[in-house]
Design a binder for this molecule. Structure first.
Ligand SMILES: NC(=O)c1ccc[n+]([C@@H]2O[C@H](COP(=O)([O-])OP(=O)(O)OC[C@H]3O[C@@H](n4cnc5c(N)ncnc54)[C@H](O)[C@@H]3O)[C@@H](O)[C@H]2O)c1
Length: 444
């Protein structure tokens, strides 16, 4: 028998799930309902489904008819891909309606909503899966495998830096993510991916969190302080945006135009806001220290205005050290200024530099105490989102193997909760300047 899925939140991310249901997993899954506050986006997807797969229109529902949708459409599992601050309501209502839930990260954005989900899941006994695609990326899985097999002994500390560049990182400041009340800030919205990896790699849970977060680069005040005056509310129709490398031009991309520009008359969701406009409450530069239940410690930095995107993680262990580096995007370009590096060399009068191409192949280096470093070969790096992680994650959701996954990559409710507790505690620490006991933020 097929599993009947409903998707709530028909933005960009939802297409990973709808495509999977309508193509790769059509024998196991059926898409029986769509729910969104914006009818135009639901209609956009129905047209796409018809054009691409010859599918008949999937019935659409506004949020006030969510419960009716569950009952009338025979929904077994709800996939939640709506705006983060709305996740908890759909997770709770779906569980109470007798459904299982697949929820995009972050599970929710604060401790109170998190507790509500825990309580209702306990009451109903239904399943909540949180989708952590990064676990499935080959380098992340290999790190887990090596740590499980004792490659560096007991891990005592981790130093973790994640850089978001001026293209992808800037995107968080163009839309609802710029408002912390809608996504819990990047510590919850984005870093829950990274904190989940650390929890999983360490096989432990966060205990104490202390940090500082600030808006250091984006936002009107920062721009004006740097003497940058071409701030604009949104790119569409703005002269100032025409030559701004930070601008997103929705009208130049048919999918973005149809999904957002042509849908905004309904709800005023502007997907192309100026990253140097007023109203940003989300931090773009955050530093944390975290102590884990097993005694390990983490120093972590997220930075959202970097020239390159990727991560560096260093694991210190009782038998050696392991280092992971992954460059997701080496360099962005500004058509108005094709070689700022040459300007830098000229301005500083440097004579001892050479332009290099950053190596984008992921690297794992393993070095035993007293020994030389080893470069560990990472298995095939698939194409597709998140280093091929998306594709493997989908298999786990729609066609789970009966074979036991030694690495335990499928994430349940507790993993989803633990992944956001570090960020929720970080937000509290940013506000009060004190370390926060993350373990006490919820009860089980
Ligand atoms: N795992 C990943 O790597 C990854 C990548 C991208 C996005 N995501 C997650 O997917 C989710 C969606 O992100 P996106 O980029 O598609 O955002 P988006 O803005 O494109 O889509 C969000 C959708 O939610 C809808 N919505 C807003 N309020 C609603 C409400 N009250 N009820 C129903 N629908 C509502 C909007 O109309 C929109 O269609 C987010 O939670 C995000 O964190 C995860």
């Amino acid at each position: 028998m097929k599993t009947n899925y409903a998707i709530v939140g028909l933005g960009h991310r939802s297409q990973m799930y709808s495509t999977a249901i309508l193509s790769r997993f059509f024998e196991q899954a059926a898409l029986v309902a769509l729910c969104d506050s914006n009818q135009s986006r639901m209609d956009y997807y129905n047209k796409r489904f018809a054009d691409t797969y010859g599918a008949v229109a999937v019935p659409t529902f506004k949020p006030n008819r969510f419960n009716e949708m569950l009952q009338t459409r025979g929904v077994h599992t709800v996939i939640v891909t709506s705006m983060d601050s709305t996740h908890h309501q759909y997770v709770v209502d779906a569980l109470l309606g007798g459904c299982d839930v697949v929820c995009e990260k972050p599970l929710t954005i604060d401790a109170q909503k998190c507790q509500q989900i825990i309580d209702v899941q306990k009451q109903t006994g239904k399943r909540v899966t949180v989708t952590f695609n990064y676990r499935y990326a080959p380098h992340s899985s290999l790190v887990k495998d090596l740590l499980m097999r004792g490659a560096i002994g007991t891990v005592t500390s981790i130093h973790f830096e994640w850089l978001l560049d001026t293209r992808h990182g800037a995107d968080y400041f163009r839309r609802w993510h710029r408002d912390k009340s809608k996504n819990g800030g990047l510590m919850v919205h984005k870093s829950s991916h990274h904190f989940d990896l650390v929890n999983w790699w360490l096989a432990s849970e966060p205990a104490t969190v202390f940090g500082f977060g600030k808006l250091a680069f984006y936002g009107k005040e920062n721009a004006l302080r740097r003497g940058q005056t071409n701030t604009y509310a949104r790119a569409y129709g703005s002269q100032a945006a025409a030559a701004d490398p930070f601008a997103l031009h929705l009208e130049q991309n048919l999918n973005l135009k149809e999904l957002y520009l042509d849908a905004e008359h309904e709800d005023g969701y502007y997907r192309d806001q100026g990253v140097f406009a007023e109203g940003i409450t989300t931090e773009d530069d955050c530093a944390l220290v975290v102590k884990y239940a097993n005694g390990a410690t983490l120093s972590y930095h997220l930075h959202a205005y970097s020239p390159w995107e990727g991560l560096r993680v260093m694991f210190n262990g009782t038998k050696g050290r392991m280092e992971l580096e992954w460059v997701e995007s080496a360099c962005n370009h500004d058509v108005n200024n094709p070689s700022p590096e040459a300007d830098l060399v000229a301005t500083l009068g440097l004579t001892n530099t050479v332009v290099i191409d950053r190596d984008t192949s992921p690297k794992i280096t393993l070095q035993p105490l007293w020994g030389k470093p080893l470069r560990v070969t990472i298995p095939e790096f698939d194409s597709g989102g998140h280093g091929g992680g998306d594709a493997r994650l989908l298999t786990d959701i729609f066609a789970p193997s009966v074979a036991h996954d030694q690495l335990g990559r499928a994430a349940g409710l507790r993993d989803g909760v633990m992944s956001i507790l570090t960020g929720i505690a970080a937000n509290q620490s940013f506000s009060c300047g004190q370390p926060i006991d993350a373990a006490k933020l919820v009860t089980w």
